[in-house]
Design a protein around this ligand. Structure first.
Ligand code: UDX
Length: 447
């Protein structure tokens, strides 16, 4: 009999995981504690923007014309417990307010809400990013609260999906990592991931702490690469070098690799920044804080990039206060192909300039609704052209394709001054310069 799967939490991770499991042929029941999200999902719509996710949902959500009917949603814990053989916990672990540590309350609530309903054998699989040691603690909570006792087992299976590529990354992961304590758990997870494994995704089977650490280590490494290249950008600026050429040249060494070496205003989002901070906090608790002091520097290089962008804008406007200056900001999300503005470097830079008196107008292809919600006092425009109208300087802060394809001639007609600062090193500098613009980017020569 085919396994039945439940997915707890329907954010970026959970909504994608649920839809992908249905695509792989499983019967899936998704749960969220927010009824509005469930209503949206039942209509076959994702509660967030993620390329390809709406299509996948429409293909599987029960009750929609032509769907497989394999994917349903509920808010009822008892229904979830009764339905599933394998329960994936996909809830958020944000940074605690005013602290480095991560907030485990949603994961804890998921386990304590589900466990009392588990009367028979079940595998509960944690996917959320958690401090090392959490799985061990949660396994004990589960065994205590579940009427099934030891038959309700825990496993840890970190998720590496990138926003913007979530569907692709979930269906074709570049690796699958499972932390297990029994052969039964391993067997069940091998069955769940049989298709990607058969298609060549490597499977790493390990213990709980290693599985938890793989995720935080991977994100810390990625953050380190970005801050490394941003540090090189600072040096290039001081020495008159070009960080884009430098990144290209070091990246040809396949021990280094070309990816994640794009200098600019740095990393943001719901993962990298909070994960490195939570990792430092956890290492401190374990008495291993010395091992991770470098992450403090990674974090501060990253935050400095945002401040340096603000200074670059001030400099471009003549060096005085921002008061009375019109600043156009292209991009609000933390990366393209997402509507996510959590810890977005773009919005942070826009906000800093606004707080210093600049008249900021933001445009983003998908992030406007979220940006307006978190930063209602900024100015917003409905298109790039409207955002730059009358601008004294244009800041390119999220590298959407739409911005790369803008016509600098057309934009040049409506701005007050043809000055563009490329915070993502992603525009075609020559094209903008040919159209009469002063083009500046971090870590690159002025002309
Ligand atoms: C990240 C990890 O990549 C993913 O494996 C994990 O599961 C979740 O966290 P995500 O947050 O979606 O994914 O974004 P990612 O593509 O990693 O980008 C993070 C940030 O780094 C973005 O703000 C991006 O603009 C920035 N970045 C990325 C750079 O500044 N330079 C680069 O070269 C690459």
């Amino acid at each position: 009999m085919a396994l039945k799967i439940t997915v707890i939490g329907t954010g970026y991770l959970g909504a994608t995981h649920a839809a992908a499991m249905a695509e792989l042929g499983f019967e899936v029941l998704g749960l969220d504690v927010v009824p509005e999200k469930i209503e949206t999902l039942r209509r076959g719509e994702a509660p967030l923007y993620e390329p390809g996710l709406d299509e996948l949902l429409r293909r599987h959500v029960a009750g929609l014309e032509g769907s497989s009917g394999r994917l349903r949603f509920t808010t009822d814990w008892a229904e979830v417990a009764a339905f599933g053989d394998v329960h994936f916990v996909c809830v958020n672990t944000p940074q605690k307010h005013g602290e480095y540590a991560c907030d485990m309350s949603y994961v804890d609530a998921a386990i304590t809400s589900l466990a009392p309903h588990l009367t028979g054998p079940a595998l509960v699989v944690g996917k959320s990013t958690v401090p090392v040691g959490s799985a061990d603690r949660l396994a004990r909570v589960l065994a205590e609260l579940a009427p099934a006792g030891q038959d309700a087992e825990l496993a840890w299976n970190p998720e590496f999906l990138r926003e913007g590529y979530a569907v692709e990354d979930t269906l074709h992961p570049d690796r699958i990592v499972i932390g297990v304590r029994s052969e039964r758990a391993e067997k069940l997870l091998r069955e769940v991931y049989a298709t990607p494994i058969a298609e060549g995704s490597p499977l790493v089977v390990t213990d709980f702490p290693t599985a938890e650490l793989v995720k935080t280590a991977a994100n810390s490494f990625l953050a380190t690469k970005i801050s490394f290249i941003n540090a090189m950008a600072e040096v290039c600026e001081a020495a008159g070098g070009d960080v884009a050429k430098l990144a290209e040249a070091i990246g040809y060494d396949d021990r280094i690799g070309r990816k994640f070496l794009r200098a600019g205003i740095g990393f943001g989002g719901g993962c990298l920044p909070k994960d490195i901070r939570a990792f430092m906090a956890r290492a401190g608790e374990l008495g291993a804080d010395q091992a991770l002091t470098f992450l403090r520097e990674i974090d501060s290089i990253n935050m400095r990039q945002r401040a340096r962008m603000v200074e670059l804008a001030r400099h471009a406007l003549g060096g005085g206060p921002f008061l009375g200056k019109r600043v156009a900001v292209l991009g609000a999300t933390f990366k393209p192909d997402s509507d996510d503005v959590r810890d977005s470097p773009a919005l942070n830079v826009a906000g800093q300039i606004h707080l210093q008196g600049g008249q900021v107008t933001v445009y983003d292809p998908k992030g406007m609704e979220n940006a307006r919600r978190v930063f209602p006092t900024l100015g917003y425009a409905d298109s790039a052209l409207e955002a730059v109208r009358g601008a004294d300087v244009v800041l390119h802060l999220t590298e959407w394709r739409e911005f790369r394809e803008l016509d600098p001639e057309e934009l040049g007609e409506v701005v007050a001054a043809r000055v563009v600062l490329d915070g993502r090193n992603a525009l075609d500098a020559e094209r903008w310069r040919r159209a009469g613009w002063t083009y500046r980017a971090m870590g690159r020569p002025t002309a």
